[in-house]
Write a protein that binds this ligand. Structure first.
Ligand code: NAD
Length: 263
């Protein structure tokens, strides 16, 4: 028996990386089912093969209101309720400073990065709102050490993750007392996190950066780079109605001690 016995969740960006690990962990913790929002149609078959009828998978774009409505509707149609929304899909800007870009590229990449990292979280929250109020459930959003510090991305990514923090705090305020709203802020993690199309970096993956693991581990107090599954316990804790009943508007840092890193 696990901490999420009988719960139904929905995870965006659940086809890879942290989101995929959260899907697996929620099912291991006894969740009845998980709706999974993916971008890559190949992930539909992969997740269904791995988890069978414990998942409902929808391929689409998290910036689309219709796709957000579709995965919420499919999830609730299958299991009759929704207890937890995990907003997690994201893009990284590969630390691109604005002076490296034309002014038009700044405008385009702002729309794309904020569209995926901020707007999509608001859309998912809106799509799931009524079901979460009914179940007195919770929302959990994946932030980053970049929601609190400079240096983990370029200005657009860092600004988008800071905006995510504001979104969590205001949603927590608006949805209390019915729905708890919290976040998890991972630090560097070995995943295929991609860049924006508008920067021509959508085929680049963070995990392919040469020396990434060694360099980040060396500058992190705990001296390692996390694997996706190493963050998942925080999502379980925040989703658990028994174990987190009094926690809202809070973000758990899972970044190897970024606050205390040596300068
Ligand atoms: P990932 O690329 O494995 O996961 C991100 C997922 O989002 C992918 O499956 C991708 O297909 C999906 N996605 C991107 N754009 C989409 C769109 N328009 N529509 C639908 N889906 C879309 O990388 P990850 O590292 O697991 O990222 C998950 C979250 O973790 C992101 O919010 C990211 O900002 C955050 N994060 C990652 C790190 C890291 O070092 N990997 C550090 C801090 C925070």
């Amino acid at each position: 028996m696990g901490w999420l016995k009988g719960q139904v969740a929905l995870v965006t960006g659940g086809g890879s990386g942290i989101g995929r690990a959260v899907v697996k962990r929620f099912l291991d913790e006894g969740a009845e089912g998980v709706g999974v929002f993916v971008r890559n149609p190949d992930h539909v078959a992969q997740l269904t093969e791995e988890h069978g009828d414990k998942v409902v998978v929808h391929a689409g774009d998290v910036r689309s209101p219709a796709d957000n409505d579709a995965i919420v509707t499919k999830t609730v149609a299958r299991w009759g309720k929704l207890d937890t929304l995990v907003g997690n899909a994201g893009v990284w800007d590969f630390m691109t400073g604005i002076e490296k870009l034309s002014i038009e590229q700044v405008a385009e990449s702002f729309v794309e990065v904020f569209g995926v990292n901020v707007l999509a979280y608001a859309l998912a929250a809106r799509a799931a709102a009524a079901h979460l109020r009914k179940s007195r459930g919770s929302m959990i959003f994946t932030l980053s050490n970049s929601a609190f510090h400079a240096g983990g991305g370029g200005p657009l990514y860092v600004a988008s993750k800071h905006a995510g923090l504001g979104l969590i705090r205001q949603l927590a305020y608006d949805f209390a007392p019915d729905v708890r709203v919290n976040g998890v802020a991972p630090g560097a993690t070995m995943t295929p996190l991609r860049g924006p199309v508008s920067l021509g970096k959508n085929e680049r993956r963070l995990s392919d950066i040469k020396g990434f693991e060694e360099n980040i581990a060396a500058s992190t107090p705990l001296k390692f780079v996390a694997q996706p599954h190493e963050h998942t316990g925080h999502y379980v804790l925040l989703a658990s109605k028994e174990n987190s009943r009094a926690t809202t508007a809070h973000v758990i840092h899972s970044d190897g001690g970024w606050d205390i890193r040596p300068l």
